[in-house]
Design a protein around this ligand. Structure first.
Ligand SMILES: Nc1ncnc2c1ncn2[C@@H]1O[C@H](COP(=O)(O)OP(=O)(O)OP(=O)(O)O)[C@@H](O)[C@H]1O
Length: 229
């Protein structure tokens, strides 16, 4: 399994006490499948994603990425793990204004030392996979919101991650585009074999994903709320 969280508890300082954002959360995301975590505002979704991304170290519990236990790793080690193994799709596409769609992807590969020709080739393949083959030369201001989100998704897949983490991918999109982005994420997950974890407060588009789990007050829902599809 590419992503496994076991008995994870996370607290934040809250005045004189601490606020429990995640309370003994255990979750396994199988390869080639999408797990969606839904829950109301403040329930712990972003915290869960940040822990899975190794951006925050939990107070206790373990996070295992692609068979590697991240507990006890140095910041340098987790940074390398993120670069090589984890793709992250943020809520708002953070594209660089001066770069074309293809270049947004190529920059990622450059960081990892891939040759420019191979980087270009993979970038074009991925843009094709997200339905933007004809838009590779366009800059962000020449793309729609849905197209920018698709570039964002393609960019997260550039370094062939085993784990894909997705934060509220549909929040800036209307219903049709939101549903299309979810369908696309699910299709790419099945194609590329990634273990995909996405968080959202919006259940409207979740028919395509493989599994939905609920989080409330930092706790994952009872198995009855864990809807296997
Ligand atoms: N850096 C922080 N310091 C202190 N408390 C925090 C911090 N980040 C989040 N929290 C608290 O932890 C709890 C979980 O927050 P989190 O952001 O994970 O929820 P969420 O489900 O992602 O919410 P939303 O849907 O509104 O983004 C909330 O009570 C929040 O106020």
């Amino acid at each position: 399994m590419s992503l496994d969280l076991s008995d994870v508890t996370l607290t934040y300082p809250d005045g004189d006490t601490r606020l429990k954002a995640l309370d003994r959360v255990s979750l396994t995301v199988p390869d080639g499948s999408v797990t969606a975590v839904v829950g109301p505002s403040g329930s712990g979704k972003s915290s869960l994603l940040a822990v899975a991304a190794t951006l925050i170290t939990p107070d206790s519990g373990t996070v295992t990425v692609d068979g590697t236990r991240t507990t006890g790793m140095s910041r340098r080690e987790t940074a390398a793990l993120r670069r090589q193994r984890i793709g992250i799709v943020f809520q708002q596409p953070s594209l660089l204004p001066s770069l074309t769609a293809a270049e947004q992807l190529q920059v990622m590969a450059g960081i990892d030392g891939r040759s420019p020709a191979r980087a270009r080739s993979r970038a074009l393949t991925l843009l094709d996979a997200v339905g933007l083959a004809g838009q590779a030369h366009r800059r962000p201001h020449q793309l729609s919101g849905g197209q920018r989100q698709r570039v964002n998704i393609a960019r997260a897949l550039m370094n062939e991650p085993t784990v894909l983490l997705v934060d509220e991918p549909t929040s800036a999109l209307d219903h049709t585009r939101g549903a299309a982005v979810l369908d696309l994420l699910t299709r790419l997950t099945h194609q590329q074999g990634t273990a995909t974890l996405l968080v959202t407060h919006d259940r409207a588009y979740l028919t395509a994903v493989d599994r939905v789990v609920e989080v409330h007050d930092g706790r994952l829902g009872a198995p009855a709320a864990d809807t296997a599809r």
